[in-house]
Design a protein around this ligand. Structure first.
Ligand SMILES: CC(C)(COP(=O)(O)OP(=O)(O)OC[C@H]1O[C@@H](n2cnc3c(N)ncnc32)[C@H](O)[C@@H]1OP(=O)(O)O)[C@@H](O)C(=O)NCCC(=O)NCCS
Length: 147
């Protein structure tokens, strides 16, 4: 298995996201090639894919940003194809994102995962990520869209 950063949006990449994003959230509309290109054009964001036998089996996104207290990272949109789960792909993607964050000198990397995402929570705890006692607040705008 290999984990790589996407640098260019090809038909293969667009097809993989069309397949993977609906497995992350039933409400998530898969991004088109133009939206994916927007992601990879931003140097502070890393779009990772994992390949098993050459085929794209999962993805994770690392976002890094500077605030007055330092450079921080967030891992978003971790998803592995249903047929490829339980074989360490999610772990490899998370490791890849943490390694990228380390190279970028971030102070900390956060991610959120609903308790109902049992496999994800089990994975992150097994990898040594520590649950923080913090409430996540959300404001949903009426004009925003998913992708
Ligand atoms: C979470 C997810 C990315 C993990 O991918 P993966 O490639 O299966 O991950 P790994 O093989 O590295 O590890 C999976 C772990 O979850 C466990 N697991 C798998 N299915 C599970 C389930 N239904 N309930 C509880 N644990 C489960 C596995 O046993 C393994 O843990 P273990 O090795 O300690 O036994 C994948 O399940 C997924 O895409 N889920 C849907 C989207 C999602 O929830 N994304 C996370 C958003 S925060």
């Amino acid at each position: 298995m290999e984990v790589e950063a996407v640098r260019e949006i090809t038909g293969e990449i667009a097809e993989a996201f069309a397949r993977l994003v609906p497995q992350l959230s039933s409400s998530g509309r898969a991004p088109g090639a133009a939206e994916l290109a927007e992601i990879v054009a931003v140097p502070s964001t890393v779009l990772l894919v994992a390949r098993v036998d050459g085929a794209i089996a999962g993805t994770a996104t690392l976002v890094t940003y500077r605030t007055p207290t330092g450079v921080r990272g967030r891992i978003e949109d971790v998803v592995v194809d249903a047929g490829a789960r339980g074989r360490g792909v999610g772990e490899a993607l998370t490791e890849g994102a943490l390694a990228e964050a380390g190279q970028r000198g971030v102070r900390s990397v956060d991610l959120t995962s609903r308790p109902s995402r049992e496999a994800a929570n089990r994975l992150y705890r097994r990898m040594g990520l520590v649950a923080r006692d913090s409430v996540v607040y959300r404001h949903t705008t009426s004009t925003g869209h998913n992708t």
